[in-house]
Design a protein around this ligand. Sequence first.
Ligand code: 0X9
Ligand code: ZN
Length: 303
Amino acid sequence: SFSIFEYHSYNAIQEFIESTAKRHPDLVRLQNLGTSYQGRRMKLVKVSLDPSACNPIIFIDAGIHAREWAAPAMALYLIHRLVNDPDARKELDGVDWYILPVVNPDGYEYTRSNRANRLWRKTRSKNSVFDCFGVDGNRNYGFKWAVSGVSKNPCDKETYAGPKPFSEVETQYVRNIMMENSKRLKLYVSLHSYGQYLVYPWGYTGDYLPKEWKRLDSLARSVSDAVQRAGGEPFKVLSAGKWYPAAGGSDDYAFGAVGVPYSYTMELTDGYEFIYPERLLKNVLPQYYEGFKVFAAQIRKEF
Ligand code: 0X9
Ligand code: ZN
């Protein structure tokens, strides 16, 4: 059976999602998004007590960066708790959860394929001109695209922004989810690792903050406090661009182009960089979950 505190193959993750949906048809629905560049099927997991109620939506994604394995693990743990924990009725009350556990399945499987590829970050799409692979998905979104913190070189292994905004089919899927649900979407959190940061727009610049920065900052601090009360490390809370400016991120797109009132990037774990030990997941994932309870309470209260 599927152990929630382990790292899994993309196939195993998809089977977990399918079997969860089959066991809880009242609570979980899957939306087919299409396939990744290399043909892997991608599905959005919707957890809702009453889909017809048109509740505010919390949208969580993870794994846009291939090597950041703690992020998909957290997304799956969220699904697991929301569905299996009787107390999670509280988190589901008046709020719908949309979760995409692996935005970049091709990259994810590439990092699993052998040790030499473990630190791959980008997608695996083929650039037509150069003999190089992949785009940094988190530089590929169409808001202030490529104005800061990106490489224009397709062979750059870290921050190549792509030939144009939304060149990658995987970022197109995330864009579509946001645009199709823009009215109801109230909180977006993109899960990454590492460093224990909880950052909010703007990401493309550190020169100024959005006028709404105080509510972004204060909710992030409440989330961090809850994680700390649960025994976890507090988050460093600031705007993404004050940490380091980088344009074309999904957080800026959600906030600036879609109009999502609360938008964050959450950098999970600290101390092990990208190779977070599997044995420690059972300690940290439940701590982070306490932070998500605070997010949900705020969205329920405010919208
Ligand atoms: O650089 C990134 O994409 C994120 N950090 S990571 O180490 N996981 O790669 C931070 C993104 C923060 N948001 C924006 N800069 N928009
Ligand atoms: Zn990342």
